[in-house]
Write a protein that binds this ligand. Structure first.
Ligand code: ZN
Length: 424
């Protein structure tokens, strides 16, 4: 069995504790030993990687990924993409995520029914490079909900699957189970850039949410909800959904209900897209700072920031993951979300890292997200200390090694590392 021994590293274990100097031994695809002192591990047959004082930490985990959203400036363009080109693009973006240190991604919807599934399977088979994946269905949405871009007078494909009534939602959810998804995604609330379904509007009814949650429960699938309005959050919790996205407009009752289920559920506000759009970063695509959508996002964002701080205080697991997949919030810049958490939500860098590693691992339901004996060896070596400067994680050049499942996706430059030590 191949072994790798990381020596001379500062370890961030993912549990939110201060980094410690130590060594980590990987054997096969698992972390075999973690030592808190130099020379603590004897492994004569292991390949030695001298970290030269760099930081070794768990690979990052994205809680709201869209690798098939292809960085388009609008939703309609996704429906226009033919399946062949779309599959190749999703394959490319899976690799982009791994190149940026994301060794696991929890998908928040595919843009076509089988896109996530086929990419996940190809990655697991070792046919293409990419992170571990939880594959999602497209967004199941009601007529006139977020993702229904159809028009009365002309045929137009969309990235979502419109459903109406509990029976249609149930049938589509079962169909998605048949096609192999891990997660059923629903859109019970609207969004600020959809004029006919705004963020505060609850557009699915309780019977529709219940139908999908019943399928999720009986078939062992996650149910992930686009839930911005307070009522949509409550409805999804009542029906047993486990992944609550956004939750920005939660009221006191919704916060209480989220807290009551804090050990079962996960919240990802998806700060990234909404925040930067509110700040006018969509200006090259027609949404400048004064655009009504930017204004709506700023108003919603204020309430969302307040709510996320409250949820964190209440012990709810709030995870980074920010709808990366649009033109001005592209795939690959996902680590920016950790910086948003630090700047906007009062997370310390170590708390943000914990949310993107330990909590992400719990969301994935896999032994990932911690530097811990027995865990899967998904590790990144970082030139610098992200516990002091969270922005470092956005720079792929500072990720000097990326290991997934015990194998280097990006191998360390051992000679250079050795040189760094000699120069000290
Ligand atoms: Zn999304």
């Amino acid at each position: 069995m191949a072994s790798t021994l990381f020596t001379n590293v500062r370890v961030i274990d993912g549990k939110g504790k201060k980094p410690f100097a130590g060594e980590v031994l990987v054997q096969g695809n698992r972390i075999k030993r973690v030592a808190k002192k130099a020379g603590g591990i004897k492994a004569p047959n292991a390949e030695v990687v001298d970290g030269a004082g760099q930081t070794l930490m768990p690979g990052l985990i994205e809680a709201h990924a869209h690798i098939s959203f292809c960085n388009t400036p609008d939703l309609e363009s996704l429906g226009d993409l033919p399946p062949e080109e779309h599959t190749l693009a999703a394959m490319k973006f899976a690799k982009v995520m791994l190149d940026q240190g994301f060794t696991s991604i929890f998908s928040a919807a595919a843009a076509k029914a089988r896109l996530d599934v086929v990419i996940r399977n190809a990655i697991d088979a070792g046919d293409i490079p990419g992170p571990r994946m939880r594959a999602a269905s497209p967004e199941l949405t009601p007529t006139s909900g977020l993702g229904d871009v159809r028009r009365r007078h002309i045929h137009r494909e969309t990235f979502a699957i419109p459903c109406d009534g509990a029976d249609e939602f149930r049938r589509t959810a079962r169909e998605m189970v048949r096609e192999g998804v891990d997660t059923l995604k629903i859109n019970p609330s609207g969004d600020e850039f959809i004029p006919c379904a705004r963020a505060h509007e609850t557009v699915m009814n309780e019977a529709e949410v219940a139908a999908v949650c019943e399928v999720g429960r009986s078939r062992g699938k996650n149910v992930a909800c686009h839930a911005r309005s307070a009522e949509s959050v409550k409805m999804c919790l009542r029906q047993g959904a486990n992944v609550l996205y956004h939750c920005t407009l939660s009221d006191e009752e919704a916060l209480d209900m989220l807290e009551a289920e804090k050990d079962r559920i996960f919240v990802a506000p998806t700060i990234g897209m909404a925040h930067i759009t509110g700040q006018g970063e969509g200006k090259d695509y027609g949404i400048d700072y004064d655009h009504p959508v930017a204004l709506f996002f700023r108003i919603e964002g204020e309430k969302g920031v307040e709510n996320m701080k409250a949820l964190k205080k209440r012990g709810v697991r709030v995870l980074p993951g920010g709808d990366y997949g649009f033109a001005w919030n592209p795939i690959g810049t996902n680590a920016r979300d950790l910086a948003h958490f630090v700047r906007l939500l009062d997370f310390t860098p170590l708390e943000a890292i914990r949310a993107a590693t330990e909590y992400g691992g719990a969301l994935m339901q896999m032994d990932v997200g911690l530097v811990k004996e027995g865990y899967l060896a998904d590790l990144i070596l970082v030139d610098g200390d992200p516990s002091k400067d969270i922005e470092i994680l956005q720079d792929a050049q500072r990720l000097t090694a990326i290991m997934k499942d015990g194998v280097f996706h990006k191998a360390p430059d051992i000679a250079a590392a050795a040189g760094a030590v000699a120069a000290e």
